[in-house]
Design a protein around this ligand. Structure first.
Ligand code: PLP
Length: 468
């Protein structure tokens, strides 16, 4: 991604470390067509057809391009019901990486969460984390326990340049355990990287610190490991002492501090579907397999096809390729540098898998109850066919049950998530041009109001009209 200066030396462009063997056409649309399309969809980007999008940055989940070796793995997947060869390949890869004793395939990350929390999260229990991802929180709450976020204060400031803004506050963690009682905390989680906090990494020192506290109170530590490879790369780049370590060795070190993990393979396993739950505890492993058999499938496939297990096993190797990680993280960083030059406000420093525009600073003239993030997201679609995701008032805002007044969330963001290995530098340059155009005309952005609003998870189905 363009030339960068490293210690005064001008480096060459960091190119995509892959060649393209198969292509998928993008349908081009005109501004007039897009104005029509988005209006018909009630100004909700979830409700437009993917075909009508030029660059789709809605999510990095399940949207990766698989490699030639992953596709050939698909062809020699073993579809035997029990004990398939593909399961063993998957098991060996995950075990080599994580060191965990029990490894249970699931159809995606939230299935692993559901099994874990069905066993561990009852009423009266508390589960602390740096920041729980929405599905993790939902699964904990669904089972009656309370999900608690204890991320460091720097994470709440969009301009703080702390290198590990995903860290859990260790003092808060220990105080929390003392306050609630270790017997009421069945597990402590760490999300790496911290997705809901902007894809920010967690340092090895912090993971070790969390483990020490957990050991002291005899609480197991589990990782939500969806972006373990991106987190490992940040440790190599930013944490003193790890510059000469391979990302694989860093990842193994991370897992060595944990007693188990949940994983969505749709992120750092470079596949379109899959996940797993892993742990060392024999009793928990047995219980988890019993739940798995009832709801997902036999323990050697867990709701996936043999071919999916092959693709995951291969993807877990490819994601730790340092050239890939370098290109991946550099892409986000490059986007941030270009936005700095344009003066466009975004969440700093850039994280692992996405760029987050700071909508409050981008469109300060739009009142929060008229959703400035939504105004920007719609404008990016109209101006350039880009699909982003509002992570602000529509997703997390609430109305006071008594007075009905609107309570906005702390941050009003527009997330541009980057699918893995899908877009090239010219696609990203195009995205930058579109952001620049929208930013230069930001005074003309208009807010939105609901014309339809579902009682829960309203962002998926809401309908809007523009406020004049
Ligand atoms: C995506 C994600 C999950 C859930 O995984 P799914 O495969 O979408 O079910 C859990 N935690 C984090 C941090 C995630 O990013």
């Amino acid at each position: 991604m363009l030339e960068i200066k490293k210690k005064g030396v001008l480096m060459k462009t960091i190119i995509e470390p892959f060649k393209i063997k198969m292509v998928e056409s993008i349908k081009m649309t005109t501004r007039e067509q897009r104005e029509e399309i988005i209006k018909k969809a009630g100004y909700n980007l979830f409700l437009i057809n993917a075909e009508d999008i030029i660059i789709d940055l809605l999510t990095d989940s399940g949207t990766a391009a698989m490699s030639d070796l992953q596709w050939s793995g698909i062809m020699h997947g073993d579809e035997s019901y029990a004990g398939a060869r593909s399961y063993h390949r998957f098991f060996n890869k995950v075990q080599e990486l994580t060191g965990f004793k029990h490894i249970i395939p699931t159809h995606q990350g939230r299935a692993a969460e559901r099994i874990l929390f069905e066993i561990l999260a009852q009423k009266g229990k508390y589960i602390p984390s740096n920041t729980h991802f929405d599905t993790t929180r939902a699964n904990i709450e669904y089972n009656g326990a309370e999900a608690v976020d204890l991320v460091i204060d720097e994470a709440k400031d969009p301009n703080s340049l702390h290198p590990f803004k995903g860290n859990i506050d260790l003092e808060k963690l220990e105080n929390f355990i003392k306050e609630k009682g270790a017997e009421n905390i069945p597990v402590c989680m760490l999300t790496i990287t911290n997705n809901s906090g902007g894809g920010q990494p967690v340092s090895l020192e912090n993971i070790r610190g969390a483990k020490e506290i957990c050991l002291k109170y005899d609480i197991p530590l589990f990782l939500d490991a969806c972006r373990f490879a991106e987190n490992s790369y940040f440790i190599k780049m930013r944490e003193p002492g790890y510059q000469d370590w391979s990302c694989r060795k860093i990842a193994q070190k991370i897992f060595s501090y944990a007693d188990g993990c949940t994983m969505s393979a749709k992120k750092d396993a470079l596949v379109n579907i899959g996940g797993f739950l892993a742990m060392n505890d024999d009793d928990l492993g047995l219980q988890a397999r019993n739940v798995l058999i009832v709801t997902e499938g036999f323990p050697t496939y867990g709701g996936l096809a043999g071919r999916d297990l092959e693709a995951i096993a291969q993807g877990l190797d490819e994601v730790l390729d340092e050239d890939y990680l370098h290109y991946r993280i550099r892409t986000v960083e490059y986007m941030g540098e270009r936005l700095d030059k344009m003066g466009v406000p975004y969440l700093k420093p850039t994280g692992g898998h996405a760029l987050y525009l700071d909508a409050k600073a981008f469109a300060p003239h739009i009142p929060l109850e008229q959703f400035p993030g939504q105004a920007i997201a719609v404008a990016l679609y109209i101006a350039g066919g880009i699909r982003s995701c509002e992570i602000g008032g529509i997703m997390f805002g609430k109305n006071d049950p008594e007075t009905g007044t609107y309570i906005p969330p702390m941050l009003e963001l527009v997330r541009l998530a980057f699918p893995r290995r899908v877009y090239t530098q010219s696609h990203f340059d195009y995205v930058l041009e579109v952001i620049e155009e929208v930013y230069q005309n930001r005074d003309q952005l208009k807010g939105f109001r609901f014309t339809y609003e579902a009682p829960m998870l309203r962002h998926f189905t809401a309908q809007f009209e523009m406020v004049d």
